[in-house]
Design a protein around this ligand. Structure first.
Ligand code: PLP
Length: 438
């Protein structure tokens, strides 16, 4: 099949009939596949089972702390050292706490709304608060904003990161803008990595709000799919160099390194911010799960071993990404109805349909038993202005299920595209007729 836009309507209608037959065939299979979230698959989780057996009854940390007991709000020294190396910060600049970085983001925003981000600042929550949301982006960031009644402004995200012209203008003019969400490496869902220039501009831009913060969610810091990782400039270092040392909070976790439900979460920032956070955390908890921290340290030992583990992850999920990309290429490649990302890492492939087709594709796939991430979810308030972005999460399903799901998705996408093209042609023909009558 050639470019759909150049095919005459009868050819398209004939093809539509064939697609309908295929679609019914999928429906009759009573599929039940869920591709809505980026979860590690069981084989990936199995890679880290050894950490459950890594303590051998020895619960003592290197400073003598009995990890089974209370204390150590900032995390074990050896855990801080290990993950500081992963995130290219100093051990004093990181806190290891809990298992979910999303929870750390949630709590940090809650505290900022109640108490402000610096000792002398007013609570954010005293006035309306706005966040910039590079989009397409991570739906749960947007959900956090909605939950806390933080107004969101979508910002265009391109191959190098957020549109910095737009960002710089907005933060310079508007004091209510207190934050920006960034997934700087292998962004969720588009897979892009921020360029050095974007990192420098984010660190150095003039903001009307003195208490402006960058929420640097480096969830995919180590999640490369190739042997040539996308380089990412060190934001904390850059913030220090340009005189804004307290501007950034870096978040990460081992959710997709060890266990998504039982890993370690971390936040890194200037020592100043970290010390303040430590004080606040000590009100919230007498100490985190240090047994799990010790297990992680004993199991991985050093940064090199974590990198090795990430290569094993990549070996498991790379074929899944390749499968999705191959199906997209073979089924949609020259039809001019979709574009998609080809990421070097992370957990997602971002698929863009023709304008106005994403919801229809997701709905049709659901009716045939394949659940995708809700259309619109990758934009603030769930509103994709062009209704065209679909997030594909290839990591969890086994290859055979993924193949079925993706073949179905391409059939739905072709159907939705033909429906749109024929609908628009009908409207256009009607308008031409009307114009002739007049
Ligand atoms: C960008 C991003 N941040 C955070 C998370 C969740 O992290 P955690 O498991 O540490 O809460 C995800 C999970 O998909 C993600 O894609």
């Amino acid at each position: 099949m050639a470019n759909f836009l150049t095919l005459d309507s009868n050819t398209l209608k004939d093809f539509q009939e064939k697609l309908k037959v295929k679609y019914e065939g999928f429906k009759n299979q009573n599929l039940k596949l869920d591709m809505s979230r980026g979860k590690p698959c069981p084989e990936q989780l199995d890679l880290s089972n050894g950490l459950l057996y890594s303590l051998h009854g020895d619960f003592k940390a290197e400073d003598g702390t009995d990890c089974r007991n209370y204390g150590g709000v900032e995390g074990l020294p050896e855990a801080r050292r290990l993950f500081a190396a992963c995130l290219e910060v100093q051990p004093e600049e990181i806190i290891i706490n809990g298992n979910s970085s999303l929870a750390l983001m949630h709590d940090l925003i809650a505290r900022a709304l109640l108490f402000g981000v610096d000792g002398h600042e007013r609570p954010w929550g005293e006035r309306p608060v706005t966040f910039l949301c590079p989009s397409p982006g991570y739906d749960r960031h947007f959900a956090l904003c909605e939950f806390f009644n933080i107004h969101m402004i979508p910002v265009k995200l391109d191959q190098n990161g957020p549109d910095m012209e737009q960002v710089e203008k907005l933060v310079a003019e508007n004091e209510s803008i207190k934050g920006i969400w960034c997934v700087p490496r292998y962004s969720n869902p588009t897979g892009i990595t921020y360029s050095d220039q974007v990192v420098t501009r984010l660190a150095s831009m003039k903001t009307k709000a003195k208490d402006f913060r960058i929420f640097w969610d480096n969830a995919y810091a180590l999640h490369h799919l190739t042997e040539q990782p996308d380089p990412l400039k060190n934001i904390l270092q850059t913030c220090k160099e340009v005189g804004n040392p307290d501007r950034v909070y870096i978040f990460s976790s081992t959710s997709k390194i060890s266990f998504a439900g039982a890993g370690l979460a971390m936040v890194a920032s200037s020592e100043n911010n970290i010390n303040r956070l430590k004080k606040q955390l000590s009100i919230q908890t007498i100490g985190p799960d240090k047994v799990n921290q010790l297990s992680h340290v004993r199991f991985y030992k050093n940064y090199q071993n974590i990198q090795l583990q990430m290569r094993k992850h990549a070996a498991i999920i790379r074929p899944k990404f390749s499968l999705v990309l191959n199906i997209l290429q073979s089924e949609l490649g020259n039809k001019n109805i979709a574009t998609w990302s080809k990421p070097n890492g992370g957990y997602f492939i971002s698929l863009n349909t023709m304008e106005g087709c994403a919801k229809r594709v997701v709905q049709m796939a659901a009716e045939a038993g394949v659940i995708l991430t809700k259309a619109g979810a990758t934009f603030p308030y769930g509103k994709d202005p062009y209704d065209q972005n679909i997030r594909i999460a290839p990591t969890y399903p086994p290859l055979n299920e993924l193949k079925t799901a993706m073949e179905l998705v391409t059939i739905c996408l072709q159907q939705a595209s033909i429906e749109k093209i024929l609908r628009e042609r009908t409207i256009w023909e009607h308008e031409v007729k009307e114009a002739q009558i007049v």
